[in-house]
Design a protein around this ligand. Structure first.
Ligand code: NDP
Length: 283
């Protein structure tokens, strides 16, 4: 029987710490850490994320601004908003919810957000810093995974770590963070041969491919730590991960559930990055 890593509880613990630090920050400097969230168009999932981010800001005592722009917004209008927020003293972190409507260039927005306010850590400057292990901001979802491991007392050093998925926002930075903790890291993707065999080598398996219940018990070594980043909707609307919990849980030593595992950590790490950005602004 695996120990369930309770992402909700760990997230609540970290948010409490952030709240205390934010209060100390405010009493010392007379202003609160501030986050601006931009959303363009009416994608339902994105609207839920934005609402949750605003709520998280309230919970930890941050100042927040939300910009809900119509789908018809032009690149020039979006750029002008980013410029305004880059220059604002009240805002320390800027997040533009992706994906954007097709006529807008995501890369242009990522490049336009000032690196010191890039709390998603998507700007090439911050990506480069992550690569050399000198980071201002940790990418939110992979950082959430690392916090779950650390607070569950799981040491990465010397472990076989297999990350499945190589996206810029999850798989690649995840591999880098595990490497910085001295894991022996293998990154798999859709062209990987003998995926099951590679996964069975893992002491720590991170599943991040976006395919419901893909990883089954026969792909997991006895005693492995299994981290499920996947967030997939079943036809009945229920949220499910990339890991088939029923067959994997009996073999794993630790496992994250979906929901209630990695999910709650992502926004918490965004709050952490915003606090870091505010602290950096007064250095
Ligand atoms: P992407 O679609 O950008 O990347 C998916 C990756 O999985 C790709 O590298 C792809 O390989 C690989 N892949 C797809 N199918 C297979 C397969 N059959 N075997 C091996 N590798 C495969 O997804 P993201 O990285 O953005 O997200 C991954 C999952 O994590 C999604 O479910 C997403 O919803 C979830 N997520 C959860 C977050 C959270 O807060 N919990 C935050 C962000 C994402 P290739 O490169 O070869 O195409």
């Amino acid at each position: 029987m695996a120990k369930i890593i309770d992402g909700k509880a760990i997230s609540a613990e970290i948010r409490n710490e952030i709240k205390q630090q934010a209060a100390e920050f405010e009493s010392k400097y007379g202003f609160r850490p501030g986050l601006a969230v931009i959303i363009v168009g009416d994608d339902a999932a994105s609207q839920v994320y934005v609402r949750n981010k605003r709520r998280a800001c309230e919970e930890v005592g941050f100042y927040s601004e939300a910009y809900e722009l119509p789908a018809s917004t032009t690149q020039e209008e979006l750029n002008a908003l980013v410029d305004k927020l880059n220059a604002s003293d009240k805002i320390h972190g800027i997040l533009c919810q992706l994906p954007l409507p097709r006529h807008l260039d995501e890369n242009e927005v990522i490049l336009r957000i000032a690196p010191h306010k890039d709390v998603d850590a998507f700007h090439p400057y911050n990506v480069g810093k992550i690569m050399i292990g000198d980071y201002s901001f940790l990418p939110c979802t992979p950082a959430g995974v690392m916090a779950l491991l650390e607070r569950s007392g799981i040491d990465v050093c010397g472990k076989e770590c297999v990350v499945v998925g190589r996206s810029n926002i999850v798989g690649k930075p995840q591999a880098m963070l595990l490497l910085h903790k001295s894991g022996t890291v293998t990154v798999c993707h859709s062209k990987t041969k003998n995926l099951s065999e590679v996964c069975r080598r893992a002491d720590i398996l991170v599943a991040a491919i976006g395919k419901a219940d893909f990883f089954t018990g026969d792909m997991v070594k006895d005693g492995a730590v299994v981290i499920d980043v996947g967030m997939n909707r079943r036809p009945d609307g229920k949220l499910t991960g990339d890991v088939d919990f029923a067959s994997v849980e009996p073999k794993a030593s630790y496992i994250t559930p979906v929901p209630g595992g990695v999910g709650p950590m992502t926004i918490t790490m965004l709050m952490q990055n915003t606090l870091t950005a505010a602290k950096n602004s007064v250095k």
